[in-house]
Design a protein around this ligand. Sequence first.
Ligand code: AMP
Ligand code: MG
Length: 491
Amino acid sequence: MHVFPGLTLSRSPLGFSRLGPEFLTELPPEPAPAPHWVAHSEACAQRLGLGSDWRTPQALELLSGNGGESGWASVYSGHQFGVWAGQLGDGRALHVGEIEHQGQRYELQLKGAGRTPYSRMGDGRAVLRSSIREFLCSEAMAALAIPTTRALCITGSPLRVRREEIETAAIVTRVAPSFLRFGHFEHFAHHDLLPQLAQLFEHVLDRHAPECREAEVPAAALLEKVSRQTASLMADWQAVGFMHGVMNTDNMSLLGLTLDYGPFGFMDGFDPGHICNHSDHQGRYAYARQPNVAFWNLHALAQALIPLVPGEPEKASEPLLAALESYREAFPREMLGRLRAKLGLLAELPQDRELADDWLKLLAAGRTDFTIAWRHLARFDSQVEAENAAIRDLFLDREAFDAWARRYRERLLAEASLDAERGARMNRVNPAVVLRNHLAEGAIRSASEGDFGEIERLLKVLERPYDEPVLASDAALPPDWAAQLEVSCSS
Ligand code: AMP
Ligand code: MG
């Protein structure tokens, strides 16, 4: 299928689409009438090796589901909010092919391209509002060097979609080496489809983890690989204050990517218990719980891998449980590494964890803005007489800050840290700008009035998250009206 000038979307012989009807359904997208471009990411286009002329009228039609050619939707299952949810699947995402560039293969998926056999009660569509959020956050996370699915573009259509209100439809072209989820393995294990489970396993090894074949127990080696990647991802999320909002096992990537952007959020005033998803009444996916939830989800994956362990069934869980232990080692190590970098520390001293934790407690006590506080800390003056007023003023309890600052100063002294160098280093890991809800909301409001300029402007800012933005408001505290914003699973 030719979508882009001179570029064919292919299906490789090793691709998931070759696995057959137990794994996926072939079907064309449902057309979205009268499409228009809403936004695109040049950075993502470059990643795919697309030329500057890729946004042709033909590409617009095809990426809006009007090509008439077949795509495929995959089946998976999963645990949602801790409960087995049964069969799910790509209910509104259709794979349209693959592109290979510089030795890396990418799948392209149209999210919001209409109903599939896995749509259940849904309409197969995505609204413009949620598509803008997914597009911007995918590209923002990539710019923060956090593993994520990418977003090439959004196309819009006047097609009306019913949510709480009537909205218009949009389609996000998502890009990733694979959109496989923990729930893909869970699906075949739960339904006792063991030949298919083995087939999926072979596919994953071939395509994404060939080194695991050499291991004594390849299934355990794969689980360890996924555990380590997930641990690293959780540390990345926690370090920038990102909350996914719906960490169900069907939203957990087997490649350790941030996947399925819905009611996500970035921390404003620091509250470890913050729940970004308005539909998450119990706070299962609250900020501080994310690392443990990921571990819980890895257990669900381990359970699904049991039939793939050779030997006596009673002993099958042993190597898998051992593989899961790698998460317990990797997450705290990764997290401490992120915190040290955020504090600008180069040496590794035993007191670092406590120093970082006490800084976070300080932020939590006064609900100090997470992003602003970390960013300000880069300007810390380590001289004894320095008051550090700009940082100190972020806290209600100034004495508590002073006490912490004395410890930080001593710690910096212990490695002969140079203020200017450290500050520059910290500004490369503590972003000035993250996609706060109100920033996304500004772009959404303009777009709903037909003006897509704010999406483009914001994308440019988010692509350089460590630079001080031209508009100071992009890096400032959220305005008062932001407190009223609610994001939920409805999208
Ligand atoms: P989520 O938690 O949003 O990633 O979605 C959970 C499941 O619901 C997945 O199988 C989705 O494909 C499906 N889904 C969500 N929204 C829709 C929709 N509007 N139409 C069809 N399926 C949907
Ligand atoms: Mg999902």
